[in-house]
Design a protein around this ligand. Sequence first.
Ligand SMILES: [Zn+2]
Length: 239
Amino acid sequence: MGEGKTENGPVLAVFAHPDDAEISSGGTLAKWCAAGRSVHLLVLTNGDRGSDDASFDRGELAATRARETAAAAELLGLAGARVLGTHDGDLENRAEVRAEVVRAIRSLKPTTVLSCDPTAWFFENRYYNHSDHRNAGAVALDSVFPGAGNPHFFTEQLEEGLEPWDVKDVWLGWTNEPNHHEDVTGFMGAKVAALAAHVSQVQGEGIRFFEEWLPREAEEAGRKIGVRHAESFRVLDLE
Ligand SMILES: [Zn+2]
């Protein structure tokens, strides 16, 4: 893809859980916000299973995570963040979910949609990808094409005044097949701070783990393009 080609226009980030965007792409999102791009986040589940404590009330956890998402969005500089009501762990690539993403695309008219790679099942035989993450990536891709740009999908939205919209490029984080490393030098602080706003997820030692691991991961990606910190993506140029 041409360097600089995509560095303008609105962005829609689509992820499964309230803290996914920060962990996978927080540096890039903060960088785009700082550059003046209007970046919106759509979280497809409410994160209500994001706890190992069986005594946690799931409704309360969802409410807490919605507040944390708003706080993190402010730290990144996002133009907006919405959390949908699907239960954590129950995300499927269904028409009802795609309708929400297509509606967001047709409303916000993003040049770029950012999500995660739905084909990434295994990471170095150390762990495998959450089904919600894979499904979120599939929902995002299928909403871009064939969805938002085709007037025969979700026609009720057109009757409401929305118009078909063609997204120009899709960026997929959490991928095993990166073809682009985005320089996020100077934005790791914002990334870690935004993640730390998800207090329910990083209590105790949690944030210390990420404070060590995220810069190390970013340094590894950065070495590939000769910068201090980078985030890796599979970028699809749809133009
Ligand atoms: Zn997640």
